[in-house]
Design a protein around this ligand. Structure first.
Ligand code: PLP
Length: 396
């Protein structure tokens, strides 16, 4: 039997998807499952993007340029300019989703055995991308009682070694929904400059910020040009997860030149999806206003309902469409399985993501779950009711 790699063995399974077989079994039993576990928005893709695909008449679906179509990159640069971020199309590489942008960023700045510091809980695939790149994650714990704000900067400093290459943040955060303040970004900027590190900001949820607070990008921070790398994506912004388009943005030309070599090795990002994504940049502001209003409504319903359940503690998110809730259970993993296998409320149940998989420190977040508020108001209310009823009868 040929032997597979240690890296392959070490690749973590997705904490979001690992309960899928249990959900399938629940469906087979005839139960209706409310999916609170996955960040697939139920929002419609903007019509301009759909029309661009329907109305194009190309005869050959050719490769595009490895860095992405120039017209698209120029329009992305205009988008950033409208958002007070001064970048040119030469600072942008279009990728196959934000996922590939992360892989290219890791590959371009880190070698085997290098270290990256990430506040946890974090987007679980950062673990997978780190393992694939041979990189070690050094987590800094952020706490539910602080709403998952940036941990004290000294905690980052303590972890910096000669092998440290970068700090990675997700802003606003998945799974926390936390939006970093300008002040927090300035603290991170100071530390990466002091130790000559890269600062990677995953800003795929940058449009989803609430309560009148403005998003402050690391690309807006003066003096950070050589350090800042932004990961972006059309997946959530335009509800185009299946388009598989994202991008890397950096003013550091050496970084961009290096990342371009990774881009050339995989030839091209998807051509048709770039046409849709370019058109999506003409989405009227009213679309975003409506989407934001919908998410704020859902968030408020969800948080209010969760706060009323005895023993549940929830962090209030200012961005993205996730929140972390602490439950009065020992193992959220067992609870999540039990919900699917052994519980129903009027034949309905819910699927949640146990949050331990979003931490890289073992034994942390065991009683926490991540909830994605990507369901409509009615379904959200029903889903939280099911959680409430389940917690009344569940025994660890
Ligand atoms: C924080 C974060 N970064 C990156 C991604 C990757 O998204 P995509 O590859 O669809 O652009 C996701 C997807 O859920 C995410 O939540």
């Amino acid at each position: 039997m040929p032997v597979i790699s240690q890296k392959g063995i070490n690749m973590p399974e997705s904490p979001i998807r690992k309960l899928v077989p249990y959900a399938e079994a629940a469906n087979k039993q005839g139960k209706n499952v409310y999916y609170l576990n996955i960040g697939q928005p139920d929002i419609k893709t903007p019509q301009v993007a759909l029309d661009a695909i329907k109305n194009q008449n190309i005869e050959t679906i050719a490769y595009s340029r490895s860095e992405g179509a120039e017209s698209y990159r120029m329009k992305i640069a205009e988008y950033y300019k409208r958002n007070d971020i001064n970048v040119s199309h030469n600072d942008i590489i279009v990728t196959t989703g934000g996922s590939e942008a992360l892989l290219f960023a890791f590959g371009s700045i880190m070698d085997k055995g290098d270290e990256i510091i990430i506040p946890e809980p974090f987007y679980a695939n950062y673990n997978g991308f780190s393992i694939a790149s041979g990189v070690n994650v050094k987590p800094v714990i952020s706490k539910i009682e602080d709403n998952f704000a940036l941990p004290p900067i000294e905690e980052f400093e303590k972890l910096i070694t000669p092998k440290t290459k970068a700090i990675l943040i997700c802003n606003p955060g998945n799974p926390t929904g936390y939006l970093y303040s300008k002040e927090e970004i300035k603290q991170l900027a100071a530390i990466v400059k002091k130790h000559d590190l890269f600062l990677i900001a995953d800003e795929v949820y940058r449009e989803f910020v609430y309560d009148g607070i403005e998003h402050y990008s690391i690309l807006q921070e003066p003096g950070l040009e050589d350090h800042a790398i932004v990961i972006d994506s059309v997946s959530k912004r335009y509800s185009m997860c299946g388009a598989r388009i994202g991008y890397l943005v950096s003013k550091n030309t050496e970084f961009i030149t290096t990342a371009l070599k990774f881009a050339q090795a995989r030839l091209s990002p998807p051509t048709l999806a770039q046409i849709a994504s370019e058109a999506a940049l003409d989405t009227p502001q009213s679309y975003f206003d409506d989407v934001k209003e919908e998410y704020v409504k859902r968030r408020n319903i969800l948080i209010n309902a969760l706060e009323k359940i005895q023993g549940v503690n929830v962090a209030k998110p200012n961005g993205a469409f996730y929140c972390i809730a602490e439950l009065p259970v020992k193992s959220a993993d067992n609870f999540a399985k039990w919900l699917l296998e052994s519980f129903d409320y009027n034949n309905d149940t819910v699927m949640v993501a146990p949050a331990a998989g979003f931490y890289s420190t073992s034994g942390v977040g065991l009683n926490q779950i991540r909830i994605a508020y990507v369901l409509n108001e009615d379904s959200l209310i029903k889903a939280v009711k099911i959680l409430e009823e389940a917690l009344k009868v569940y025994k660890d």
